[in-house]
Design a protein around this ligand. Structure first.
Ligand code: SAH
Ligand code: SF4
Length: 384
């Protein structure tokens, strides 16, 4: 098996080139061909020496992920289902807005954290994605979108690690992928436009601050440990106080001067005014001076057998009002891609039932082959 160049950040590619007896600037050229121009074949790379172009195919390759299906929502959201082998699939979602294009990327097939309200969590953990598989989602989506929108410019301006999986439980693959996203020779995204969302893997939050301090979103979902224990099992290992301490330690390195807390609104579970009051007190007083933050309320997206319901709109708004009036900027996340099950927590790949996952993947492949593909992109979406 030859090396997949999507597995390497620029340092890694430079080391690889050195092993081949090539100079560092060759790595920069190669890197730009791959990530900026979307090249997947070496014979396209016309400014590389012919001898190198001929040598590369025997030692390395650029490996896209096979697409099982692509669905286009009426609101412009696009969801890809990628095959990662052994009956596992991961999902990637593109969300266009007036002033940005956001790609929501998966980090694992399944997830070991097992949050009660998350369909990825319900399916269990299959495996970590490699750096190449994380980056292939961006590489594929960016170059697909550029081609179809006939855009010479970058289409994806923001990345959120909010697809399937817990990114901080796949740290060693995540870090090089983030570096490629930020690299000026790669996707050139600023640190504030790349967000890692975590359920709270405390030691890895500290390491992220050292290694690649991008924007941080923390999935809080509850204002006290008893409730959070029951929703996010990882809380038993890293309880709220330790998590908020880690947020305070992260802030000096962070590209923004606040942490985003995500809070999924579950009817009758965590959505009462007293929960809002408790949350307000927590974030305003933790550690003495509180944690500078914004809160993002996520309407729960139901999935079969969750046994949970989304809070009614009025309850979500009342909850947000208490927080806003208490001085903590709070927004309600717009739900996008509803018609294609692309909303938060609906990403389930196709491995809900592993026993016949392979059969269903094969069926999907056939479906994808016969269905005409509709491409809808509205740069100026009406708000939904
Ligand atoms: N594992 C990471 C990132 C992926 S989940 C994390 O938990 O942060 C991305 C976001 O979607 C998280 O805030 C998660 O709590 C939220 N989410 C999961 N399931 C959801 C659902 N069914 N409805 C709404 N949001 C959900
Ligand atoms: Fe995993 Fe995040 Fe889903 Fe929890 S919410 S199960 S951490 S993907």
């Amino acid at each position: 098996m030859t090396a997949n160049l999507l597995d390497l950040d620029l340092e890694g590619l430079a080391a690889f080139c050195e092993q081949l007896g090539e100079k560092r600037f060759r790595a920069v050229q190669l890197f730009r061909w791959i990530h900026q121009k979307g090249a997947s074949r070496f014979d396209e790379m016309t400014d590389l020496a012919k001898s190198l172009r001929e040598k590369l195919p025997s030692v390395c390759h650029i490996s896209d992920l096979p697409v099982l299906s692509r669905q286009d929502s009426a609101d412009g959201t696009i969801k890809w289902l990628f095959d990662v082998g052994d009956g596992n699939a991961v999902e990637t979602v593109f969300i266009p807005e007036d002033d940005r294009g956001t790609l929501c990327i998966s980090s694992q097939a399944g997830c070991a954290v097992g949050c009660r309200f998350c369909s990825t969590g319900h399916q269990g953990f299959s495996r970590n994605l490699t750096t190449g598989e994380i980056l292939a989602q961006l590489w594929h989506a960016e170059h697909f979108l550029r081609k179809h929108l006939k855009s010479a410019d970058r289409v994806i301006t923001n990345v959120v690690m909010m697809g399937m999986g817990e990114p901080l439980q796949n740290y060693s693959a995540l870090v090089p992928a983030l570096r490629v996203m930020l690299d000026d020779h790669g996707y050139g995204l600023s640190r504030r436009r790349v967000t890692v969302s975590t359920s709270g893997v405390v030691p890895m939050i500290d390491r992220l601050a050292q290694d690649v301090p991008v924007a941080l979103a923390v999935s809080l979902h509850a204002p006290n440990d008893a409730l959070r224990d029951s929703l996010v099992p990882l809380n038993r290992k890293y309880p709220i106080a330790e998590l908020l301490d880690a947020c305070l330690r992260y802030l000096p390195a962070a590209p923004r001067d606040f942490i985003t807390f995500e809070y999924c609104m579950l009817e009758g579970v965590n959505d009462q005014p007293e929960h809002a009051q408790q949350l307000l007190k927590l974030v305003k007083t933790h550690g003495g001076r509180g944690v500078p933050c914004k809160i993002n309320l996520i309407p729960f997206n139901p999935f079969p057998d969750s046994g949970l319901k989304c809070s009614p709109r009025a309850v979500v708004l009342r909850f947000g009002q208490i927080l806003n009036e208490g001085g903590v900027v709070t927004t309600v996340r717009k739900t996008r891609g509803d018609d294609i099950d692309a909303a938060c927590g609906q990403l389930a790949g196709d491995v809900l039932d592993r026993t016949d996952a392979a059969r269903r993947l094969a069926e999907r492949r056939q479906d994808a082959a016969v269905q005409p593909i509709r491409f809808v992109h509205t740069a100026k979406d009406p708000q939904v």
